[in-house]
Ligand binder design. Structure first.
Ligand code: DSN
Length: 478
């Protein structure tokens, strides 16, 4: 029997790798097997297409291409230019953006590019102007001192971490928290929703240079028109980090006030979450910031990854097809079905539901911390991650929440009926898990007690749920 193209391609690649370091080939095969067997509910993960994956394994990886199309620091970039230009064109068309910069290696990198572009555009500083026109060598010690002081005093207003914001929006574990004088807006304690009047009040008081919207654990839509009005009212640059929901924007589930692209001055994203591309980042903006954004490498980025830019072009071409809109809608339908299934079983959800791809469970009602719940679910073949809930009494390490998302399972083809079955599995595990104690008898925030027989039974049920929805059905590694 002749093999299909995908199976031939992956089998051949593994054979070539195995001849040099068989353990790497084995690990690659094991990763596919593990992914095939687990119920992946991590809201920020997905499964890229075989074409996207294959576009990354080639000699584009060998090429240096600092700079950007038409302004390279290296010779011989004609083919890199082709894929970078293609990825940017697909991104512009898909999102209706004037400019797209497709080099960032990750979401953090995309945000750094955006921050630099905004600082360079907005901060009045003779030293900065010199730096921008590439006279860095002409900067005196006094210039550098002035530059550090001017840049370090700039203000950023972003969503607080425990309300679902991201640590690159000015929080201490990330360089953005050192670069900016940061203040955050939270959510209404009663509803869990963004209170736009409070955001406006915080903006009026704090007068930020940058107002950031975007989240990694907020299960609702954000009204970007209102956020832009707030930014305009205080002269702030409005930046949206759409990493989590880029697929819902691409698939036209989020339109009008909920589409960030027409409202923000600058939009950043990753390409591997709901957008279902390769691991990487991207920046979209209007013409006024385009030149600064294009200086991302070498200003804040290492050399571009041409093989990943090629894969971005492939994935963005896929996202422009009509079936991607159907996929994006099914992500949200599935998240809502999962939320309803959990609510029916008595689980407490932050904001009481979802209108995007993620659901945030408050597991304190089960008497567990997020860490205990995460591990108990993992023992049972259900992959999630713990996450703080607003005003979390257990902090960001142990947490009281579990974040789940549907982009990956939706790619496999699971639908609303399977979401109800998934809710049943999650509820069974959480309701049958007890918090454990330390050796001295004090309550532990990490230890838990779950009958291994029950964990096994749920793992089997999770695999059975997946059997009708094979992952990479065309890929047979033999
Ligand atoms: N790590 C991503 C997430 O899981 O949301 C964001 O950086």
């Amino acid at each position: 029997m002749s093999l299909n193209a995908e199976s031939t391609a992956f089998r051949s690649a593994l054979e070539v790798i195995r001849a040099v370091e068989p353990r790497v080939a084995d690990a690659i095969g094991a990763e596919l097997a593990d992914q095939r067997e687990s119920l992946k509910l991590i809201a920020s993960e997905n499964y890229a297409s075989p074409a996207t994956l294959l576009a990354m394994g080639n000699w584009f990886s060998d090429k240096y291409a600092e700079g950007t199309v038409g302004r390279r620091f290296y010779a011989g970039c004609q083919n890199v230019d082709t894929v970078e230009a293609l990825a940017a064109e697909h991104a512009r068309e898909l999102f209706g953006a004037a400019h797209a910069y497709v080099q960032p290696h990750s979401g953090i990198d995309a945000n750094l590019v955006a921050f630099w572009a905004i600082l360079a555009d907005r901060v009045e500083s003779p030293a900065l102007k010199k730096a921008q026109v590439r006279q860095v060598n002409d900067l005196t010690e006094t210039d550098w001192f002035a530059l550090r002081r001017e840049l370090g005093n700039q203000r950023m207003l972003g969503m607080s971490l425990d309300a679902g914001g991201h640590l690159t929006h000015g929080f201490r574990p990330n360089i953005s928290g050192k670069m900016f004088d940061q203040r955050s807006y939270g959510t209404d304690p009663a509803t869990g929703l963004i209170d736009y009047d409070r955001v406006a009040e915080a903006a009026r008081e704090f007068k930020p240079l940058i107002l950031v919207a975007g989240y990694s654990a907020y299960p609702r839509k954000v009204n970007f028109r209102i956020m832009r009005e707030i930014a305009d009212s205080v002269g702030a640059t409005f930046m949206v980090d759409m990493a989590h929901f880029a697929g819902l924007v691409a698939g036209k589930v989020f339109t009008g006030d909920f589409d960030p692209v027409p409202h923000a001055h600058i939009v950043t994203t990753t390409t591997h979450k709901s957008l279902r591309g390769p691991r990487g980042g991207m920046v979209l903006c209007g013409p006024e910031l385009a030149d600064q954004v294009d200086r991302g490498c070498p200003m804040v980025l290492g050399g571009p990854l041409p093989h990943v830019m090629g894969a971005k072009a492939v994935a963005l071409a896929e996202a422009r097809r009509p079936d991607f809109a159907d996929y994006a809608q099914r992500i949200v339908d599935n998240a809502q079905a999962l939320a309803e299934g959990l609510l029916r079983r008595g689980t407490k959800l932050v904001t009481g539901g979802t209108d995007n791809h993620l659901v945030l469970l408050d597991v304190s009602g089960y008497g567990l911390t997020g860490r205990q719940a995460e591990q108990a679910l993992l023992d049972s073949g259900i992959v999630t991650n713990r996450n703080a809930v607003p005003q979390d009494p257990n902090g960001a390490w142990y947490t009281s929440g579990i974040r789940i998302g549907t982009p990956a399972l939706t790619t496999r083809g699971l639908g609303v009926a399977e979401m109800d079955a998934t809710a049943e599995l999650i509820h069974t595990v959480l309701s049958q898990t007890q918090a454990g104690s330390n050796p001295d008898g004090t309550p532990s925030k990490a230890k838990y007690v779950l009958d291994p027989a029950l964990a096994d039974k749920i793992s089997k049920q999770a695999s059975e749920l997946l059997t009708g929805f094979p992952l990479y059905p065309a890929v047979d590694l033999g």
